[in-house]
Design a protein around this ligand. Structure first.
Ligand code: GLP
Length: 240
């Protein structure tokens, strides 16, 4: 496991964009695993910038997002599908047939989860991007998630609902269920990059990197991954 500690969020975005660029340029049909939340926004901006400068093309790139809220349609402004459009997809030359997210309004979310997992296994993810929940979650794999888990429906932890409530207005429906790649799905990726910024993530970072491998901190499973890089700022690194 490699840990890179940088001063500014912008430096984190650039470093991570370098890894994305390397992956996309090395392989004709690179398969990227993408994440949502506030942390990757600067990275997506950097990737758009590099695309506009013609340093990068997404023409042959395939993407799979980590998760989606159950109950939100792709065009709902709080859905992760909408987030990806607004922060990345609409600015780059990626074909909509190559971008995958779980369908949050699937009639049968159990089958949707299984089929999503099968598609990921078929393609194989070259580079998986992760953020980190303040409780150590990755994707929506909350503490106590099985370390070998596959894509499935998860109930969100109270902590996660509170952390993410800042994105919802007071009278707005906030989902409590999500379809998420499992920890086992994430571990299947060839390379993983986890980003964390700010003191709110410091305890989870310390447990993920230095703690025991435990379902209580899902990100600690990455200690067993052969090619994982944590790129974090000094505040998130303060307990290491
Ligand atoms: C959500 C997402 C996670 C993300 C986390 C952290 O819970 N499902 O994938 O890592 O938020 O979000 P932020 O980057 O806003 O702190």
């Amino acid at each position: 496991m490699e840990v890179i500690i940088l001063k500014e969020p912008q430096q984190i975005a650039k470093k991570c964009a370098d890894i994305f660029q390397e992956t996309i340029c090395q392989k004709h049909n690179a398969v990227l695993g993408l994440a949502t939340g506030s942390t990757p926004i600067l990275l997506y901006r950097e990737l758009v910038d590099r695309y506009q400068k013609q340093l990068l093309s997404f023409e042959n790139v395939v993407t799979f997002n980590l998760d989606e809220y159950v109950g939100l349609a792709p065009e709902h402004p709080q859905s992760y599908s909408y987030f990806m459009q607004q922060h990345l997809f609409k600015y780059i030359n990626i074909s909509s047939k190559n971008t995958h997210l779980p369908n949050g309004i699937a009639q049968n979310p159990i089958r949707e989860s299984r089929e999503y997992e099968e598609k990921i296994r078929e393609y194989g993810i070259d580079l998986q991007l992760l953020g980190l929940g303040s409780n150590g979650h990755i994707g929506f794999n909350e503490p106590t998630s099985s370390l070998g888990s596959q894509t499935r429906i998860k109930t969100l932890a109270q902590q996660t609902i509170e952390d993410n409530s800042r994105f919802f207005s007071a009278d707005e429906f906030q989902p409590t269920l999500a379809i998420t790649m499992g920890i086992g799905t994430i571990m299947f990726a060839k390379r993983v990059v986890l980003l964390a910024i700010g003191e709110k993530k410091a305890r989870a970072i310390q447990q993920a990197i230095e703690g025991p491998i435990s379902a209580w901190c899902p990100a600690s499973a990455l200690q067993m991954h052969p090619h994982t890089t944590f790129i974090i700022d000094e505040e998130a690194a303060q307990f290491l």
